[in-house]
Design a protein around this ligand. Structure first.
Ligand code: PTJ
Length: 247
């Protein structure tokens, strides 16, 4: 797949690029997804390419929220389908929650290809967007949802989102858990819980946390959780990171 040697100091980062490029070649990821990935890479570099304590705190709260949810749904776009198909499927199984394809950039057949890709990786059922149910407060393709999925959800897990739908979901009184490397993005600011980390690192940790979740005070954990403070901590970390600890 790649001609980057495993000994290259930036092998991991470069192999993720390969994964996203393959996603585009397979017609799963939008070509715009390459730009979104590049933006993510820049923020990942600044946070030190490692899961930081502010992300761990958000992951703990996210596990509580998803565990307590009555009807959680996992929203899948072209970037996460390429990067973490197994992680999304595992999360769905742990929560007994459906995956639902929901993409921003409309391209003929891409939604079906994402669905097939997830099924091929072991997903049991993947909901698709419909015209029967639509989100309010949003005009893009993201408004088309499934009546038994995002439309009905009380908590939506939406990694790598564009801000508009996050805002619409919040206005519709749904809680949103996101993963976004940019703590300044509209999504990061509007979500109920923002995990500022790379989705390839955060998703396995979230699955582990959900599996071993035994917080008898989950409601209290959630009440005490302050997303704004977590985002501020991420920003402080980034501003401290110019001190030579980057490669
Ligand atoms: O498949 P589609 O059509 O739904 O398109 C998906 C993308 C991601 C292209 C679309 O949602 C989009 O344009 O997103 P934005 O507005 O560019 O936002 C993506 C956010 O995800 C940015 O804040 C990036 O910093 C962040 N990001 C990129 N890669 C990662 C990431 N966050 C976590 N992990 C990553 N690997």
């Amino acid at each position: 797949m790649s001609d980057v040697p495993k000994t290259h100091p930036r092998y991991l980062s470069l192999s993720l690029r390969d994964t996203i490029v393959t996603g585009v070649e397979q017609g799963i990821t939008s070509v715009h997804g390459l730009i979104a990935h590049g933006r993510g890479e820049a923020f990942d570099y600044l946070i030190g390419e490692a899961t930081q304590p502010f992300a761990i705190e958000a992951i703990h709260a996210a596990a509580a929220m998803l565990r307590l949810a009555e009807h959680p749904v996992i929203s899948v776009n072209g970037n996460v389908a390429a990067l973490v198909p197994e992680g999304l499927i595992e999360l769905g199984k742990l929560l007994n929650a459906p995956l639902e394809v929901n993409i921003f950039h409309t391209e003929t057949g891409r939604e079906q290809r994402i669905q097939e890709y997830l099924l091929k990786h072991g997903a049991l059922d993947v909901l698709m967007p419909t015209t029967d149910a639509q989100l309010s407060y949003i005009d893009s393709n993201r408004k088309f949802v499934h009546p038994e999925g995002i439309f009905k959800a009380d908590v939506v897990f939406v990694p790598l989102e564009d801000g508009d739908r996050c805002e619409a979901l919040r206005k519709m009184d749904k809680a949103v858990v996101t993963v976004d490397l940019n703590p300044m993005s509209r999504t990061a600011k509007q979500a109920s819980i923002t995990i500022v980390d790379n989705v390839v690192r955060a998703l396995p940790l979230l699955c582990e946390e959900i599996q071993s979740f035994s917080d008898p005070t989950a409601q209290e954990t959630l009440k005490k959780y302050n997303n704004e403070a977590v985002l501020q901590e991420a920003l402080r970390h980034i501003s401290r990171s110019g001190n030579g600890n980057q490669r």
